[in-house]
Structures are given as C-alpha cells and as structure tokens.
Design a protein around this ligand. Sequence first.
Ligand code: GLN
Length: 280
Amino acid sequence: MTGAEALREAVLRLRAAGIEGAPGDARRLLAHALGLAPERLTLHLGDPLSEAEARAFAAAVASREARRPVSQIVGYRDFHGHRFRVTGAVLDPRPETELLVDLALAEPVARMLDLGTGSGCILLSCLAGMAAAEGEGADLSPAALEVAEANARALGLDRRARFLLSDWFSAVTGRFGLIVSNPPYIAEAEMEGLAPEVRGWEPHLALTPGGDGLGAYRAIVAGAGAHLEAGGRILMEIGPAQGAAVAGMLAAAGFAGVEVRRDLDGRDRVVAGRWPGGGG
Ligand code: GLN
C-alpha cells in the first residue's frame, strides 16, 4: 500500500469517528509515522509503506479515532514560531494564546513570571523574543514542569528560565516587570460541553478551577501587586465572556490602564493591567 492509499483510508476512518479536519490530521499522523516533516509528505506519497511504517500509522490513526489530540500523538505543537513538546500533562498550546505573547513582546522586560506555565510555551516564546530577559515559570503539576524544562533545554533557553512547583504565588519570591498567565478558566458546568479531545485528554487542572471559572483570577489578582515592580504589567488570557469580570478585579485591586484585548476572531482574549508607579 502506498502512502496515498493509506491516507485515503485513514481520512475515511477519522471522518467516521466524527473528527473535523480529518484530512489535515491524517497527513500530520502519516508524516509522523514516516518520520517526515509534514511539509515534505507530498513528495513521498507514492512510495509503498514498509510494514513498520504501516503499523506506526495504524496505531496513530487508532489513537486519533479515540479522540486523542494530534499534538499528544506526534508529541509536539508549533506555537509562536517554536516547537514545543506536548504530553497529556500540559495544555495543548492554542493559536489564540499567541496574542498574549505578542502583547508581552511589545514591552520587553528584564524579569518575568508565568503562572501555570504548563508546557512553558508562553514563557519561553517571550524569553526567545526578549534578549537577555530572565523568567520563572510556576506550576502546580510536577509532570508539567518536566515538560517545560525539556522545552527550555530544547530551545536553548534553560539558562534564562527557571521553573518552580508553586500554587500560584506560594513559592514565588521577588518582583517582576511582567506577570503572564493562561490560567484554568472554564466553569465547572461548561466542562461537559468541551470537545472530546479536550475533556478526555487534556489535564483538567489546566482547564478548570471549578465553580464559576474565575477562581484562578481571584488568586492571581490578589497576589500580583506584591510581585510586580512599579509600572509592571500583568497579562492574562481569559475566556471570551470573562473580560468585564476580570477587568473589574484588576481595577478593584488598584491596577491602572486595565484593558481587554481581542484575538483574531474578534473575541475577548487577554486582559491587561499596569501596577501603578514608575512613571509607566
Ligand atoms: N482555551 C482553552 C479552551 O477553551 C482553555 C484554556 C484555559 O482554561 N486556560 O479549551
């Protein structure tokens, strides 16, 4: 069987499993099984698959039929121009989160903190774009911290990034010019409605704080002022309906210049604020 034939069969199976974007997923999985970069796959579609390649592809397709995310099957996700290792211990980096990185890079700092760093994709993308900056990534999950550390090493950023086991600010000391976070923000009642890939395969710790979905923001906003330099900024990703609530928390805690920014789909995605002082 050639790659093209195997691909056709896989697309049918993935479609039957209810997967949107089945052709793209099948191509990424076949490239993975063949050990090829996805953009080189077309050149090799006429070649017959070896037995080992066919077996590897069949296993990957079966995994995807069970709604395992492609990133967990192939082991990585590209985000903000870098490749990040992804396992079931971390949130799959999402393209809309790149907005948070872009807003951070607009004002480089010397020291930054990422709360709930997961794969480290936000912190490491920021550090890659801020020459000489140092950063700390905090997470409550030891397994996530291992992934973040591996990503820092792979990107050559391990000398500028430090990772710590911390329940929000519990193990964090000192002040930073920037605090970023993509915390869990899905309300408990909304978990049921998530795609099977998310609900069944991504860490619930990274998705929901339980309750109304705002608990993580309450904890972060309560501690942020004590960990920001005068004029320092906070940038937090939010769910599309949470802008007013989270902006209100920041304003009530004394932040200035609080604003809600929209992603490319026009949905509220990031709330920003500045800790007063410092002429900023
Ligand atoms: N954006 C993710 C989703 O909707 C949720 C991530 C989060 O809770 N921080 O699946």
